[in-house]
Design a protein around this ligand. Structure first.
Ligand code: TSU
Length: 305
């Protein structure tokens, strides 16, 4: 069983074709096809189905792909870790971030980190727990910076707290309840959630429950934080929750209104989430260290206010 063939399978899934995967690996298509056939013979099971529409994974292929992803990711991390321990700061740190982190601590931490390690690449994408859990689990990501209910965390993951995010209720300026002050006034509103129920977008469900109100009427799930402010700004009927920093930095701020609700809203706890059995590479640890540094500074500033 060869690691490059496993890497090729991961690329086939990512890129959608054997030809594209062969190209990405600087191989000819017949050479890659032969390597996969050899692996299929070793496993005594077909992994791929080729048709005119393209290539798909069989049930065996899907099961094998889960192991292949982990092995490819482990080998990448092992290489990065040894190089970094030898003083060669190279390789890639892969992470997912919540919007509050992306607009707040990440730019500060990255400025320090990239000055210190200009040859380490950083691959950053949007993502919230629990949707992001499968790509932490399969090793695609080193870690995620996301709100988590720690009681809700799956046992193969660990979460280290950073800070609590401030959430606000937001509507378009022409929403009839944009000046409401109590949650119970919002009982009949149409809500846009920014994540499914176990994610931070469901803060409003928790707030309603705590206030003894019946569940909010959810009319849309918008997992794009780029679209969320625009969608709410152009509607006269929709309300949502978002991190305060996103509201304050939104290009649609003029068309949006922070609803001045006096009831307390839950504050999602932003954590570093990773697989408990996969230690971070030294570079990933340093980047997390900078984020923790700025999270502490932020806390310190808040306490002195
Ligand atoms: S954040 O994790 O603080 O960016 C966040 C995201 C979404 C919601 C609250 C907080 C609704």
């Amino acid at each position: 069983m060869k690691l490059p063939t496993m890497h090729a399978l991961v690329l086939i899934e990512e890129l959608g074709s054997i030809r594209a995967a062969a190209q990405a690996m600087n191989l000819t298509q017949p050479a890659l096809t032969a390597a996969i056939q050899q692996l299929e013979a070793e496993l005594k099971a077909p992994l791929l189905v080729r048709s005119r529409q393209g290539v798909t994974f069989t049930n065996f292929g899907q099961a094998f792909l889960r192991h292949a992803k982990l092995m490819v990711a482990q080998s990448r991390r092992a290489q990065d870790e040894i190089a970094q321990l030898r003083g060669h700061w190279e390789g890639t740190v892969r992470m997912a971030i919540s919007p509050a982190i992306g607009l707040g601590l990440l730019p500060l931490a990255l400025r320090q980190f990239t000055q210190q390690h200009p040859h380490v690449k950083v691959h950053c994408r949007d993502g919230l727990y629990p949707s992001i859990a499968p790509v932490i689990r399969d090793g695609t990501l080193d870690f995620a910076l996301t709100p988590v209910h720690r009681v809700d965390l799956e046992s193969d993951l660990v979460a280290e707290p950073l800070y609590s995010s401030e959430v606000v209720i937001v509507s378009g300026v022409s929403h009839p309840l944009s000046r409401a002050t109590r949650l119970k006034q919002l009982q009949d509103c149409d809500w846009v959630l920014s994540s499914p129920s176990r994610g931070p977008g469901a803060v409003i469900e928790e707030a309603f429950q705590k206030a003894g109100l019946s569940a909010p009427k959810v009319c849309m799930l918008c997992e794009s934080f780029l679209a969320l402010p625009a969608v709410v700004a152009t509607s006269e009927h929709w309300m949502t929750t978002m991190p305060r920093i996103l509201f304050e930095n939104s290009p649609f701020k003029e068309q949006l209104c922070m609803v001045p609700i006096q009831d307390a809203l839950p504050s999602p706890l932003i954590c570093t989430v990773r697989r408990h059995d996969l230690p971070l590479t030294p570079a990933a640890m340093q980047l997390v260290g900078w984020i923790q540094h700025y999270a502490l500074k932020r806390l310190d500033k808040k306490m002195r206010r």
